[in-house]
Write a protein that binds this ligand. Sequence first.
Ligand SMILES: NC(=O)c1ccc[n+]([C@@H]2O[C@H](COP(=O)([O-])OP(=O)(O)OC[C@H]3O[C@@H](n4cnc5c(N)ncnc54)[C@H](OP(=O)(O)O)[C@@H]3O)[C@@H](O)[C@H]2O)c1
Length: 433
Amino acid sequence: MAKAKDRLGIGLLGLGTVGGGVGQALIQRPEHLAEQVGCPLVLRRALVRDAGKRRSFDLPPGLLARSVQEVVGDPDVDVVVEAVGGEQPAASFLEIALRAGKPVATANKEVMAKHGPRLLALARERGCDLRFEASVGGGLPVIALFQRDLLANRIAAFHAIINGTTNYILTRMDQEGLDFAAALKQAQALGYAEPNPADDIEGTDATYKLAILASLAFRTQVYPEDIHREGISRLTPRDFRYARELGYTIKLLAIARAGQTGLQVRVHPAFIPQDWLLAKVDGVFNALQVEGDLVGRLLVYGRGAGPQPTASALLADVIEIARRLHGGLPPSLPPLPGPGLPLVPMGDLEVRHYFRISVADRPGVLAQMASILGDRRISIASVIQKEADPQAGTAEIVMMTHPARESAVQSALAELARLEVVKEIGSWVRVEA
Ligand SMILES: NC(=O)c1ccc[n+]([C@@H]2O[C@H](COP(=O)([O-])OP(=O)(O)OC[C@H]3O[C@@H](n4cnc5c(N)ncnc54)[C@H](OP(=O)(O)O)[C@@H]3O)[C@@H](O)[C@H]2O)c1
């Protein structure tokens, strides 16, 4: 068993939004942290890219490091905190720290989603902790939920709003009737969206987080490329209006569901009933709704980003690692993935669907559409004809189906798009209920 420590040194990789939040808390609340751990935590080194940059707080002199080796190789650094972000060089930094036998707490979803299994195996081999609570949901304790609190449950499904940028944009579109471009601009002006927002609005960020959560919840190795992904840019304010009329709202969801044939993993906009708690998660807030066979339905809700909420999660991991080091205890790593569930191909998915289709405003159109759907066993739950445009001679058909197979829906939409009377397939959104 390792020798107990009575003072633990922290090496920070990155001093930006998140690393700065951690550094500040280490300096500003030493007594509280020492009480939690049983001994003081001391900030020893901090790696940045630009040593000349002004920081949001006063860093004690002499702490800045020029290379990862300077941090990891410092004998006074006992725990490494990674808040650099991106895939590289962050993944190499983690590997260097673990190879040196230094436990790591990271906030990096991309690295954990793409390299997590390899890095966790390395941590196990080197006998040190690798913790990643802050990599999903900022301040929400969602990793601990699956690593500890829900272990006795068989998880049936979870639905998560895990990207604050897209949730903010969708909320503005819903509540103010803004179109996508205007809502994105507002998010950028407020600092909620990056100048290049592609990873958020196309759902890539959510696939990293879903890969991490689904791997833990279902003990199946899920990688980002296994996940079906759609972004939010094709939604319009009209879709929100129609959703509301039908008793729904629209959210970008990360969904994992275990069924008879395997595990579905998907990120896409979805209609959800207005009476779900998730429907009330607005703005930059995040939430995770889990269904476990013992616990029932459970919701975790809170701030999914920002320096303080994310520092809260990273420091929880640091405290846990430090307690173990201080007590001379071995690391506490997640269990190895089990045999795993097969992943269900998207074409086999069976859910309800919403379509908004612009058609020529003349008799017989609905019958043609119904015949194409009927041929593929897609049954219609409701049809509403909306806003005829007399000048263009078009009308808008809003349709909800009963549960239908995805492959059939895709084939029907392709054939509908070829009809002379169909002007445009405006929107197609899956319904979760
Ligand atoms: N921002 C959030 O609210 C949030 C929430 C949850 C999780 N996270 C995750 O936390 C991580 C950090 O995000 P962040 O928003 O704090 O990023 P950030 O503000 O851009 O900070 C990145 C930090 O890493 C340093 N850095 C970047 N590349 C480096 C390199 N090659 N060598 C040495 N240092 C380097 C930067 O140095 P300089 O300061 O000198 O540029 C900066 O201090 C990411 O994995 C992110 O996904 C962020």
